[in-house]
Design a protein around this ligand. Sequence first.
Ligand code: M6R
Length: 365
Amino acid sequence: EKGGYAHFMLKEIFEQPRAIREATAARLQGGRVILQDLTMTEEEIRNIGRIIIIACGSSYHVGMVGKYNLERMLRRSVEVVLASEFRYSDPIVKRGDLVIAISQSGETLDTMAALREAKKRGARILSIVNVVGSSIARESDDVLYTWAGPEIAVATTKAYSTQMAVLNMLGLYFADILGTIDRQTYSEMVRDMQRVPEYIEKILESAESIHDIAREICKSEDVFFIGRNLDYALSLEGSLKLKEISYIHSEAYASGELKHGTISLIVDGTLVIALGTYGPLFDKALSNVVEVQARGAKVLALTTQTHAEEMGRHVPMVMTIPDIHEMLLPQLGVVPLQLLAYYIALERGCDIDKPRNLAKSVTVE
Ligand code: M6R
């Protein structure tokens, strides 16, 4: 059942190219996004009030990426709220607002409760769900399935990636109708989305080199992930993945926050995983690397091919991903972070598919 892989998590990491193809093939055709399963009319889309994304855990991290990307595509504010917070916040939502619920299992209790709260107040519910016919799917006005196939490992991988692909397609679809995206960006995004699976295949070919890095750093007991903008959103996921399966204490920080507290934790030998894939802010990523190194941090960096050489001049350990449209960088960047978490947990002898105290789907508060 594990298809020759040692763990479901590894199998599911390697299934990502196929899963993303499944999620996107029918929805990207002739250079356009076609969402046949969406029942919203163009007029309804033009009249959307607020847009709020609700989710938990990794699905919430997809929402964070979605916030950055949707705001860029739609030129309007998009909120992302943890479902467990939203449900008890007496939320300000009304008729005409769109609430996007993201959930792999479609059974997460907090997400379900937040959805019901929003629905009661008149919001329209669009969910991005993996499990067909699940509770969240059934209670939504619209469902965009992720078609990732069953996900067994507690740590989500292919569901995260396909949720992100679906949210990006939704953003493009809305932006096209709202006229908030230029032709060129639209076409480049569609073209590059179709390249994501083959680029992930390339990254997966270098899995063994990531295993080597994991052997070098697996003894660390504290890790700090840092990044800005999309790299910050990605750092949240990288950090969760690592801590959930390896039990290493790990935190994610927006790089700009370092001087507001975190940097006091950086001492000789502290491991910092610096995400510097986002081109427009690469120089800032680099200066943060130099800064933490000056305090003795041991840095592992993640960047794109374009910036690999420059990063390599400062940092001994660098993981590289192919260049792609900026908004799609987290689609690629998450893969080395998943592999890193996996191999570190493997080196530490952890129960990877069933980490202690965790359940695949959280149906209690
Ligand atoms: O099924 P859901 O997407 O609603 O689950 C949400 C979280 O419980 C889930 O993403 C969790 O954080 C994962 N174990 C992370 O790998």
